[in-house]
Design a binder for this molecule. Structure first.
Ligand code: LLP
Length: 384
């Protein structure tokens, strides 16, 4: 299924804005549901990828849970209608008010990243006369082979409990009466396109499970996080990620114990391809080596190229004249405000409508007001 741009309608709208193809979103969600469902796996959507109201409520309606990383994400998920039993709360630095919010709402699970955090959750739960369900986020020390800014499962990263600390965690759990071990949690990184990294994760999880079982512990849930990547180079030929192979790999390689549930926290792969950032060309000017197409969207609207040198495919939806090369840049006062260098585009001029593709994940949600710009608006294929 391809992303559909209703160019005439889009041309009427004030740019820049995010545009979401809701049919593609629904088709993607159907695919996740079908493939995960065929093995009985449960998926929590990683709210951090895109917390836009319409996107979030569509995902809620499709029956997914919510993986949250802040008190406000927990609040938003509950307000959107995700039931508390489908809300999990992760993050290395949960503040007391955020933990209390989770406790007051009886969320499904806190993914705990350190012993001091476990102690505080226990203390706050005790004050409320509650028992908090927790999963231990264990750093599996698996290399996700992705951009080093978004790799999270190595010992040198700040995330999770390192394996040398596990004996201490078990001792702590035995003493702390207001936390109950519900699961083991892992996440190795994001935008992972080589499934072999997930294979390494499965093998590590199997080893760790053996270790826990040798200590008479068999948690109900194994949560292997998210991280499945999308094809930024060819957003149309693979607009729906290969969820079939992804879930099959876990089914084949992960040794679940009887009664154990397998959970996932997918963000990018569920929403990445259904969004695009739409922008218009303000000016074209000649540089020393190249032409600049200066567009009205900037790094404040989509920060990924500036922050991670991320590639996003850029298309001119107006022109089909013979092609030339352009540096596509925004209006912000930073040289890094560049969406692509030497991009092959049809001959481009003022007023042309430009689409920056694969921007549904970590796009709108990471927008900011640098240079006092307005936050980008959002439109939906079924509303225009
Ligand atoms: N679970 C945990 C514990 C995570 O830290 C993340 C993402 C996810 C799940 C969802 O991962 P996904 O399926 O979306 O790969 N802003 C960056 C990505 C940061 C990802 C942070 N953690 C970007 O634009 O590439």
């Amino acid at each position: 299924m391809n992303f559909n741009f209703p160019v005439d309608s889009l041309n009427q709208l004030q740019t820049p804005f995010y545009f979401y193809d809701m049919a593609l979103l629904n088709a993607t969600l159907d695919s996740v549901k079908k493939e995960a469902g065929s093995y009985g796996f449960k998926v929590h959507y990683a709210v951090k990828a895109n917390a836009n109201d319409r996107i979030l409520s569509t995902i809620k309606d499709a029956g997914f849970g919510a993986d949250c990383v802040s008190g406000n994400e927990v609040k938003k998920a509950l307000e959107t209608g995700f039931g508390a039993s489908g809300v999990v709360f992760a993050g290395v630095g949960k503040a007391d008010w955020e933990i209390n919010l989770g406790l007051d709402n009886d969320i499904a699970c806190f993914n705990v990243e350190s012993i001091p955090e476990l102690e505080i959750i226990n203390e706050l739960a005790e004050k409320k006369g509650k028992v908090a369900k927790v999963a231990l986020r264990i750093n599996p020390n698996v290399n996700a082979n992705t951009h080093h800014y978004i790799t999270t499962g190595l010992e040198e990263n700040k995330f999770g409990i390192n394996q040398w600390d596990l004996e201490n965690v078990i001792d702590a759990l035995a003493k702390l009466k207001n936390v109950e071990l519900e699961g083991l949690h892992f996440h190795i990184g994001s935008q992972i396109t080589d499934l072999m990294s997930f294979k390494d994760l499965c093998l590590r999880v199997n080893e760790l499970q053996k270790w826990f079982i040798s200590h008479q512990i068999c948690p109900k849930v194994v949560n292997v996080g998210g991280g499945l990547g999308i094809d930024y180079e060819q957003p149309d030929s693979s607009s729906i990620p290969d969820f079939k192979s992804f879930f099959k790999l876990f089914d084949e390689l992960l040794e679940l114990k009887p009664g154990q549930e397998l959970h996932f926290e997918l963000g990018r792969s569920m929403v990445g391809q259904c969004g695009a950032l739409l922008s218009k060309v303000l000016y074209v000017k000649n540089g020393v080596n190249t032409k600049f197409a200066i567009v009205d969207a900037g790094m404040s609207d989509l920060i990924r190229p500036a922050l991670y040198q991320a590639y996003h495919k850029i298309e001119n939806l107006t022109s089909n004249k013979p092609s030339a090369k352009y540096d596509v840049v925004g209006p912000i006062c930073e040289s890094s405000d560049c969406f692509g260098k030497a991009v092959d585009l049809p001959e481009t001029g003022r007023g042309d409508l430009i689409a920056i593709r694969s921007a549904g994940a970590y796009g709108e949600i990471m927008a900011n007001r640098y240079n006092l710009r307005e936050l980008p608006l959002a439109y939906y294929s079924d509303e225009i």
